[in-house]
Design a protein around this ligand. Structure first.
Ligand code: FAD
Length: 563
């Protein structure tokens, strides 16, 4: 404990916590485990504390049918187990930093009172973005943040026998709502302003997700934003898009992202960073030594790019709550920053990522990195049921430090990303991935797991065994593009301007290829092209591998990155 929060011996320290869910509840419980003497009081303006926000979409979908399952801990649990006082339906409205007073208001009665604090913790979360557009407040238009929100959505679906929904925004929460509304048998349209769903992914990695959504019956409109919502007839709604589409709906979900709740902190003169979050140090302390902040409301450092970001995810919020409590209790724990490890399930597909994306690296001005694409099965191919994982690995050159990974597939996706996330945390390199000793039996993985393969491919790039070509340059390269698949595969679809020389004929026919010109090699997923690359390199040709082959090409083309 620093001197300015030190109390006279014998005095009971009063710790007030605003927001009693992920960050706030973690902080309260951890602090009690470290400090039996403090008085700890939690205020939440909602009717619950410690509820499972992440479960809310599944409550709408009836996958979780009992609302009580969403309540991780009640005010009674906090009182009995932790001796923490919890006031729900109580909103914090002002902070008087000089007098160390927090004003709170009972939202049911309107009665306000002031509460003295020695330490104040802010974990107010982030609010769904409601754009100032006509119709966003119409009945039947919902955002998803709280249990009452989901209760209203469930009631609306049931009472109006809703058949159609429009979800606006194709990020995590939007996709989860698509899945759960379909689970309720609604016909769902997804409107997304960007040309891709899942904005954290690079555009080509989001292509399989869009295809999957469409294959599962979602009407998907990309590159088109919300213009307004109109009411039509009784309780019907029409979403009008910026391009003029008119999308009828019985209900509309706004999932346009979230914005840190900083009004309280701002009014109290606490600094807000450029990304709109409360500024804290590595101990989760604001520049006011008596005030700590955590969770969706704060800015944190991205460990890959070094930039400050806001990252509304439950894992960081929980860890920050714990670290904040340790700081308040006088320990020197530090939050290491974030690497944005995340996963979402959408109609059977799994989409996961960790670390930086390619676009994120470029935005941050990072150069000197390389990438490989691969599409291995999630377990050994000879065991029935192997499904491909589309994997992209970004790493720095020449040291091979792992910068980020994205993966999409039907099985085993999150396991691979979690392994790579852990490697990133320990400053791992692609060599560590190549060497990783992972569990293997045919139904779970492969003797060369996709994680090993990603590392090995990247090693091949770094040590010159497999020079890679830049996909973006494919339309204007002087190189000869050679597809080494068999002729029937080539005939079914190939990169424009490529010629076909199957790997099976390469040893006999390589003399047909030029030695004075680069040769860019492609196949189905990159493996046969790699074999061809090695063969040609050892015979004096100048080959490069088009990483990920035709599978990657089709995704890049769909994303508009290559023609
Ligand atoms: P919250 O958990 O939002 O808690 C903030 C609380 O503070 C709220 O209860 C609010 O009512 C209260 N509050 C705000 N202002 C005041 C005030 N002035 N006075 C009193 N109380 C106040 N993350 C994942 O990692 N994985 C997921 O799958 C996932 N799914 C999600 C699904 C949904 C639908 C939502 C909404 C979020 C999801 N998240 C997920 C994000 C995750 O829930 C948040 O990152 C996390 O809860 C943030 O914790 P927090 O403590 O900062 O804020």
């Amino acid at each position: 404990m620093s001197n300015d929060t030190q109390l006279q011996h014998g005095e009971r320290r009063r710790v007030l916590i605003v927001g009693g869910v992920a960050g706030g509840a973690s902080c309260a419980a951890r602090l009690r485990r470290l400090d039996e003497s403090a008085e700890i009081v939690v205020f939440d303006r909602g009717p619950y504390v410690s509820f499972a926000n992440c479960g809310l979409p599944y409550f709408v979908g009836n996958v979780i049918s009992d609302e009580r399952k969403l309540l991780v801990a009640s005010p009674e649990t906090f009182r009995e187990r932790f001796n923490v006082a919890v006031y729900v339906d109580t909103e914090a409205t002002a902070i008087d930093r000089a007098a160390q007073l927090l004003t709170v208001r009972d939202v049911r009665t309107g009665a306000a009172r002031q509460e003295r604090y020695d330490v104040l913790v802010l974990s107010p979360g982030a609010a769904p973005i409601r754009p100032p557009l006509p119709g966003v407040d119409l009945p039947g238009v919902f955002a998803v943040r709280s249990i009452p929100d989901t209760r209203r959505i469930r009631a609306w679906i049931t009472e109006r026998n809703a058949q159609t929904a429009v979800v606006i925004g194709g990020g995590f929460i939007g996709l989860e709502m698509v899945e759960n509304l379909m689970q309720r048998k609604l016909r769902v349209t997804l409107l997304e302003k960007l040309p891709q769903v899942m904005p954290p992914l690079d555009p080509e990695m989001a292509v399989p997700v869009s295809r999957h959504l469409e294959a599962r019956g979602v009407r998907l409109h990309l590159s088109d934003g919300l213009a307004r919502i109109e009411s039509e007839g009784g309780s019907g709604l029409v979403v009008v898009s910026e391009s003029g589409l008119r999308l009828p709906a019985d209900l509309v979900i706004l999932a346009l992202g979230v914005r840190p709740e900083t009004a309280l902190a701002k009014a109290a003169g606490l600094p807000i960073g450029p990304r709109g979050g409360i500024v804290v140090d590595a101990q989760m302390r604001t520049p006011d030594p008596r005030i700590w902040a955590m969770g969706d409301a704060v800015e944190v450092q991205d460990v890959l790019t070094g930039q400050e970001i806001v990252l509304p995810l439950a894992g960081p919020a929980n860890r920050q709550g714990r670290i904040g409590a340790e700081g308040i209790a006088g320990r020197r724990s530090r939050f290491r920053g974030v690497q944005a490890t995340a996963v979402v399930g959408i109609l059977g597909m799994i989409v996961a990522s960790t670390g930086a994306s390619e676009k994120g690296l470029r935005r941050a001005g990072v150069s000197g990195f390389q990438k490989v694409y691969l599409h291995p099965g999630h377990h050994a191919g000879y065991y029935p049921g192997a499904r491909p994982i589309h994997l992209k690995l970004l790493f720095s050159v020449p040291d091979g430090r792992i910068l980020g990974a994205q993966a999409v597939g039907m099985e085993g996706v999150e396991k691979r990303i979690d392994v790579i996330a852990t490697a990133i945390q320990f400053n791992g390199t692609v060599h560590d991935l190549a060497e990783a000793e992972l569990c293997y039996a045919p139904q779970f993985g492969a003797a060369k797991d996709p994680v090993n393969l990603a590392g090995m491919l990247a090693e091949n790039v770094l040590n010159g065994d497999m020079p890679v070509a830049e996909w973006q340059h494919i339309a204007r390269t002087d190189a000869l593009i050679v597809d080494v698949r068999e002729s029937d595969e080539f005939a079914a679809g190939h990169i424009p301007a490529s010629i076909n020389l199957p790997l099976s004929q390469m040893r006999q026919r390589h003399g047909e290829l030029p030695k004075d010109r680069e040769i860019w090699l492609s196949c189905g997923v990159g493996q046969r092209a790699y074999y061809a690359t090695r063969f040609l390199a050892q015979r004096g040709y100048r080959p490069r591998n088009l990483s990920g082959g035709y599978t990657t090409y089709t995704a890049l083309r769909a994303a508009g990155i290559v023609p």
